[in-house]
Write a protein that binds this ligand. Structure first.
Ligand code: EPU
Length: 418
């Protein structure tokens, strides 16, 4: 069993380079299915487990996939099946993008229901509502979603909740539909914009990504293209929060500082120094931090994916902090583990009440989901003594070489396999 062993207490100094965005890349890879000719050459792809899973799935469908160092070439011209029913599909959340992509190009898809982190109820009713509005019939049987349409016809679709997945999935489905589709109350996350930019580079006609309304004019076909994935907002946020917790000075490079504004604003409110440059941010902390209140919200609000690392940081800040997790009802599973390390946190439903302590102490802890894993690594790095983090497979789904990156910044962290 793999685990991370951390001797905490070292400050962090130096540069850390941020990879391409996981949640953009896991949508862009399925989106390549839409290219009926030519090859998609995609750069800045993080070499994480979710990407390996998608490569396996795309090959199974008949795509030619060649992966290099942070780049991947995909030729989807000869897809042989629209049945995505191999176990890899169940291992990850983003496999739901196969539904929209296969439906768009072939007017039919059978895709196993997705997996992903157990952070609360994660329905796909808004995805289904969108497919049906475009003219498809959707049935769920034997653990898979079957979708079929004679043709897809553009219409206006209002989403009842702001959903990253539903926004991207219906954007994929509508790209090759007849006429104009208008999506209202959509997600505005940077990765939504990135996927729209990728589709437009392939020949789609999508306007308004990044605002509340996206307008898609259907086109006949899409072709391969060259594209580079945006930097990962959440990985960057994780390293910013870790620096704040451990103290030191870290230059977080290959980022888009605008995407980090909500995280920077909260860190500054806590007493952390942040300097923004063109494509990097410098984070400086003397660990003298004060508690703040946080509410997770769709972009440009504070991202739910940084809530768990941030709540670790707040356990070390002076005074009381209130964290309101408004997106998921079960995203505080790391808190019981933080309590083993001496944190003083009380959970009331979607609210965490955190009273800062002087220090955390190393303990044996277990990650139950991706960002919980990142939160526990940060706790271990900041704590006194040795922390062992189990459940590394969750962390590997979203972070590439997490221990190598922290080690290069001066942390005492290693991966142990026994
Ligand atoms: N929702 C519905 N119905 C739907 C879809 C969503 O009620 O049909 C609700 C969800 O239950 C949730 C809210 O809407 O309360 C937002 O969910 P969303 O659809 O935006 O989440 P997602 O697409 O399943 C993506 C990321 C998550 C990230 C969320 C929110 C991917 C593969 N996953 O999930 O990333 O937390 O958006 O930003 O893009 C992570 O990276 O650790 C992660 C969990």
């Amino acid at each position: 069993m793999e685990r991370l062993v951390i001797n905490g207490g070292n400050p962090l100094f130096g540069d850390v380079n941020i990879n391409g965005a996981k949640n953009a890349a896991v949508a862009i890879l399925p989106a390549t299915i839409l290219a009926s000719k030519g090859v998609c050459h995609i750069d800045n792809v993080p070499n994480i487990e979710d990407i390996n899973c998608l490569e396996t799935i795309l090959k199974y469908l008949g795509c030619k996939v060649e992966a290099g160092n942070n780049c991947i070439s995909i030729d989807s011209s000869n897809i042989v099946t629209t049945n995505a029913t191999i176990p890899e599909v169940r291992k990850m959340r983003a496999s739901y993008y196969l539904q929209g992509a296969l439906l768009s190009r072939f007017k039919k898809a059978r895709v196993e229901l997705p997996g992903g982190c157990p952070i609360g109820d994660r329905p796909i009713d808004q995805h289904i509502k969108g497919f049906e509005a475009l003219g498809a019939t959707v049935t769920i049987e034997h653990g898979a979603v079957s979708i079929e349409a004679e043709k897809l016809v553009g219409t206006t679709i209002y989403f009842d909740v702001v959903s990253v997945g539903a926004t991207i999935n219906i954007m994929l489905a509508a790209t090759l539909a007849e006429g104009v589709t208008v999506l209202e109350n959509v997600a505005k996350e940077p990765h939504v914009v990135d996927v729209a930019n990728f589709l437009n580079t392939m020949g789609a006609k999508i306007k308004g990504a990044g605002t509340d309304v996206i307008k898609i004019t259907g086109v006949e076909e899409l072709c391969g293209c060259n594209y580079s994935v945006i930097p990962d907002q959440i990985e960057a946020g994780t390293f910013m929060v870790a620096t704040a917790a451990c103290g030191g000075e870290v230059n977080v490079t290959n980022v888009i500082p605008k995407h980090l504004e909500s995280i920077s604003a909260k860190l500054i409110e806590m007493g952390v120094e942040i300097v923004e440059h063109d494509d990097s941010v410098t984070v400086k902390s003397d660990k003298n931090l004060k508690g703040v209140n946080i509410k997770t919200l769709p972009y440009p609000g504070f991202p739910t994916d940084v809530q768990q690392p941030m709540s670790t940081l707040l356990t070390l800040a002076k005074g009381r902090s209130i964290v309101n997790e408004s997106i998921y009802e079960n995203r505080f599973k790391h808190v019981d583990e933080l309590k083993r390390m001496g944190a003083n946190v009380k959970i009331e439903g979607k609210i965490a009440i955190i009273d800062g302590v002087e220090r955390l102490s190393g303990a044996h802890v277990k990650a139950t989901d991706l960002r919980a894993g990142a939160a526990l690594v940060i706790a271990g790095l900041a704590a006194k003594g040795t922390t062992e983090v189990e459940g590394v497979e969750h962390i590997d789904r979203g972070y590439l070489d997490i221990e190598k990156k922290f080690k290069a910044l001066g942390a005492d962290i290693k991966r142990v396999n026994d």
